[in-house]
Design a protein around this ligand. Structure first.
Ligand code: ATP
Ligand code: MG
Ligand code: MG
Ligand code: MG
Length: 474
């Protein structure tokens, strides 16, 4: 059986044989793109090539790209560990054509790779297309021999791909696999486009890049129609290895095993395994984010990292782990992924130190914070309430360093919700107070400049396009 590492290599070498240049993954921190929080797809590093603003010595490329979807347009933080198929960090395998081949070859390559190189059973594969894309409808029948009823028309939400609110975009066509009866869910209409369960597993998205969308929503055609595809390595590996979840592939299992050893309890595939899955996922995203220069902080990218990291720590605590532990998983990432991404091996010690420091910092307030949130929940339930107020969530944030997600997780575990709007108001008020206390103006500008300079020197990355996460230092 193929390992995840072998599948990655098989993909890249297949596309090399089809005339594609093999290009290294770009950093998770997008260069010179303030519209993007983190790299969320393989095409990001080629954005300007699609737009015709940059020339490259090749017109076909293939990559395995590090991606993080934990904020911005594509945010999967809440689904991680609940579905079998979503991560905050994952690898996207892609092939790209910059004004070279278009739909026909994109479909041909994908079909050939899946059915001949990987040997997937044709009868379990389906394609989705964008509403009235008759060309794709024809090509799937002609090239793949799919019967019309296995080509499903879906709307903008699923089959019009955009990297963000602006930038290259276009209609897309996706390949899904029926994972079989045993994955059937209880929904009355469990089928592609109607149901979001793990049975109809989306494995590959072929984007027919045709437009550039600008800030006011206007779409202008790209200089030349292009191709951008993305297939999640962890998903295709779960299919090839015939396991029911990404977490049981050899790509994720080593982290689950490491957590089992640290906490001394066995992993369970059901809801009880949720904390294990979250930690396994978050260990990879934290490692790669720190490796790419992000540092935990109270704003922008650094705050997203802090949220992910603290969430992992809290789930560790739920498993009874009362000491810094996440940093120990950095060595597992380096061991498992260091061949494909040498930077994690080279920087492993540094990354572990950064993560350990943040864990220690959070441990100081974690116990008290957790006790307080449990007490709040008990009182709310006793009074017949259903919601943690914004003030309470803010207290947990401000005094105990609990990002909102943590309070929401704790609330959800008891069937409660959090009043997010009033939390945001409390946040804004505090920001206002802090601003007034500091005095606006030249002083503040200078401080911001100094932070930016420092950030650049340290390789940290202030991110300015994501202000609703901004908070004053506490
Ligand atoms: P889904 O509908 O399952 O959330 P998507 O349509 O948002 O996926 P795309 O933007 O089309 O995903 O990304 C291309 C491919 O990357 C997907 O077909 C899938 O294989 C993979 N992928 C997307 N999001 C994730 C994720 N959060 N974790 C792991 N793999 C992912
Ligand atoms: Mg998605
Ligand atoms: Mg989708
Ligand atoms: Mg998709």
């Amino acid at each position: 059986m193929l390992t995840g590492n072998q599948i990655r290599e098989k993909f890249l070498s297949y596309f090399e044989r089809q005339g594609h240049a093999r290009i290294a993954s770009s950093s998770l921190v997008p260069h010179n793109d303030p519209t993007l929080l983190f790299t969320n797809a393989g095409m990001n590093q080629f954005k300007d090539v699609f737009l015709g603003l940059e020339q490259r010595p090749y017109r076909r490329a293939t990559t395995a790209q590090k991606c993080v979807r934990a904020g911005g347009k594509h945010n999967d933080l809440d689904t991680v560990g609940r579905t079998a198929r979503h991560h905050t960090f994952f690898e996207m395998l892609g092939n790209f054509s910059f004004g070279d081949y278009f739909k026909r070859d994109a479909i041909r390559f994908a079909w050939e790779f899946l059915t001949e190189e990987l040997g997937l059973p044709k009868e379990r594969l389906y394609a989705t297309i964008y509403l009235d894309d008759e060309e794709a409808f024809q090509l799937w029948q002609e090239i793949a021999g799919l019967p019309p009823e296995k080509i499903i028309r879906l709307g903008e939400k699923d089959n019009f791909w955009a990297m963000g609110d602006t930038g290259p975009c276009g209609p897309c066509s996706e390949i899904l696999i029926d994972r079989g009866e045993e994955f059937r869910c209880d929904a009355p209409e469990c089928f592609i486009g109607k149901c979001d369960c793990d049975r109809w597993l989306e494995i590959w998205n072929l984007v027919f890049m045709q437009y550039n969308r600008d800030a006011d929503g206007t779409m202008t055609p790209l200089p030349r129609p292009s191709i951008d595809t993305g297939m999640g390595l962890e998903r295709i590996t779960s299919v090839i290895q015939n396991v029911s979840s990404n977490y049981e592939t050899d790509l994720l299992l080593p982290y689950i095993k490491a957590v089992e050893e640290i906490c001394g309890q066995p992993y369970q595939r059901d809801e009880r395994g949720f904390p294990f899955r979250v930690i396994a996922d978050h260990a990879r995203s934290c490692t790669f984010l720190v490796g790419d220069g992000v540092l935990p902080s109270n704003e922008g990218r650094g705050y997203v990292l802090r949220r992910i990291l603290r969430r992992a720590v809290r789930f560790g605590k739920i498993l009874g782990i009362n000491r810094p532990f996440l940093y120990e998983l950095v060595a597992v990432v380096a061991r498992e992924m260091g061949d494909a991404y040498p930077e994690v091996r080279e920087k492993a010690d540094y990354i572990a130190r950064v993560i350990k420091l943040e864990e220690e910092r959070f441990h100081v307030t974690l116990n008290e914070g957790m006790a307080l949130v449990e007490q709040m929940i008990a009182e709310i339930k006793a009074a017949g309430g259903q919601e943690i107020s914004g003030q309470q969530a803010f207290l947990l944030y401000d005094t105990y360093g609990f990002p909102l997600d943590l309070t929401e997780d704790a609330a959800a575990e008891h069937g409660l919700t959090v009043d997010k709007e009033s939390f945001a108001r409390a946040m804004a008020e505090q920001r206002e107070r802090a601003r007034a206390a500091r005095g606006e103006g030249a002083y503040l500008t200078r401080v911001q400049e100094l932070w930016a300079e420092l950030g650049n020197k340290m390789g940290a990355t202030p991110f300015l396009g994501y202000q609703h996460l901004e908070a004053t230092a506490n």
